[in-house]
Design a protein around this ligand. Sequence first.
Ligand code: GDP
Length: 296
Amino acid sequence: MFATLSDKLDLVFKKLRGQGVMTEDNVKDALREVRLALLEADVNFKVVKDFVEKVRTRAVGTEVLQSLAPGQQVIKIVHDELVLLMGGSEDNSLDLAAKPPVAIMLVGLQGAGKTTSCGKLAKYLKGQRKKPLLVPADVYRPAAIEQLKVLGRQLDIEVFNSLATQKPLDICREAHRYATLNGFDVIIYDTAGRHQIDDYLMEELEGIRDELAPREILFVADAMTGQEAVNVAQGFNDRLGITGVILTKLDGDAKGGAALSIKAVTGKPVKFVGLGEKLDALDVFHADRLVSRILG
Ligand code: GDP
């Protein structure tokens, strides 16, 4: 059986109850457990280091409450600080405040879940009484165009008839014209991915971004890739200026610490999480749910 962080901290503080204030020494062992728990949850080590310092400052000298075991007190501090790090009660909703059709661009590495997330997002927006148009703009992988068309049919949401022989920029221009003429509110662009960031892909995405002036550029990150997702997020943010993140595959084993690191490193919020392959498996992001998951 794996002990939860909460159990471990209770053990660390077993003798402390009713002893006045938490000292540097008492807190040291507890913070070691916190550090391990965060690293195990894929939080980037530098983020963990800064974070643990913050908790130390808050915890040392804190009065030990009679009503709460000291371990629980530290958990509460850790929980509150993690929620703050994730943006606390910041508004992470989609920004669609522009003249329709509002452009949303999904970017990320191949296999992260972009195409699936486009479908999920379209379904979510349809549920909000919007009229979304799905646009496949990944001409390098004709199967991706077909995949989006299949999703569109399942959702009864229109998919722009992109052709693999077209240039992505031409597809985007035509789709925009089509959406304007046909009264669509939102256009969701599924862009090309690669196995790793390369210059050619970034130039193409920059060109699309400059043409569309999207209200949202959402980076799709696979939670299962852990810390690597953070480096990739930083690469996309540096080149494109992402506006938010969709963290996919949180239905798997990943604790989701990558979300914390991405937010800490890029400053951009996680807006949605993917919780399965089905098209309704998309949730609006809640910082406290993710934090509870990380602290297990
Ligand atoms: P893309 O290459 O970025 O467009 O990725 P796809 O949308 O094709 O997704 C790659 C694989 O990940 C597919 O098998 C999807 O069904 C799967 N997938 C996407 N999102 C999720 C998710 O939230 N949970 C799970 N379990 N699988 C997902």
